[in-house]
Ligand binder design. Sequence first.
Ligand code: ADP
Ligand code: GN1
Ligand code: MG
Length: 353
Amino acid sequence: MTDVLRFFRLEGQPFSCEPYGSGHINRTYLVVTDAPHRYILQKINRRVFKDVPALMENIHAVTTYLARQDPDPRHVLTLVLTTESMPYHCDQDGEYWRMYEFITGGICLNLARNENDFYQSAVAFGRFQNMLSDFPAHTLHDTIAHFHDTPARYAALHAAMQADAVGRLAEVAPEIAFALEREKEAGGLMWLLQSGELPLRVTHNDTKLNNVILDEKENTPLCVIDLDTVMPGLVANDFGDSIRFGASTAVEDEKDLSKVSLSLSLYTTYAKGFLSICGERLTQRERETLPLGAKLMTLENGVRFLTDYLQGDPYYAVARPEHNLDRARTQFALVRDMEQKWEAMNAVLAVLR
Ligand code: ADP
Ligand code: GN1
Ligand code: MG
């Protein structure tokens, strides 16, 4: 893999290249040179992203657009080009690699340490929404078809149940039952989109807390990262994905489900931060559907993890055989808790309206 480094325009000679971060999709490495200079090298998951040149065209366009509005290099991802001035390198095995400038003095969190961490991530995603509000959406490629089409995610679950490719179906009966009991609700946001009640906007679509870099000293937002899924989408899904990951009282793969719940306090904090930045741009209907976004993104992620478990874990990186099942269980525990807190979740937003 170090072989690939010579194709990029680096400052100095590389002397280390180590696995970095905790993303589930790409292979990420921290590269250090003797300049000294640090970079992020990523092998893009081509099983997940079928058309990497199109994906990189999106990222190049979006980062260029954002950098025009905010030229601080710690605030926007900066692609490092190859010696042939390309935004990626394709090696002899057909694997795609890209390089970013490393954002210094930042932290990425898997769990908010306090309310302020989460508030700052809301500000970051709110600003991101604002900065892309006039981006020409029709120029973006769909990097993953039907990405937040929850009914399509259920269809994939049914197919995985049918195939039972690795013989895991029998052991997940309670999780399957939980998912199927809620299948009728899964299309809620898609219907509103199709009926024209919700607008498509340019959204991030993967708004986990660990896809934001915060300044480690100031605790202010630095940069929104992981732009692979920036595509036309629903604001409710961006809001919702942040909530399902960051307003949970436990990490996404917690084994002790008694630790998993929705923190209404973190939920409120995020809603305040997000709406204070981009609330004025949203329609009344969009604001009303934010709680539904939280519930459906959590349900959708549970269904996706469960599907991957049934298929033998082809999609998400796993560190143990039960990893995807553990993740599915936390998502479903969180959905159950959101159902209990549903009125409160809506009341919080009604007050902020
Ligand atoms: P994945 O799609 O696999 O989640 P990400 O693009 O989110 O990959 O990157 C994985 C991790 O690498 C991030 O959570 C973050 O810790 C780190 N990272 C990515 N890009 C940068 C960057 N430009 N500067 C510093 N850290 C980064
Ligand atoms: C993946 O790439 P990463 O780890 O930030 C996934 C998201 C899921 C998330 C669950 C392209 O995000 O959709 O919500 O895992 N990204 C892709 O943690 O599928
Ligand atoms: Mg990520």
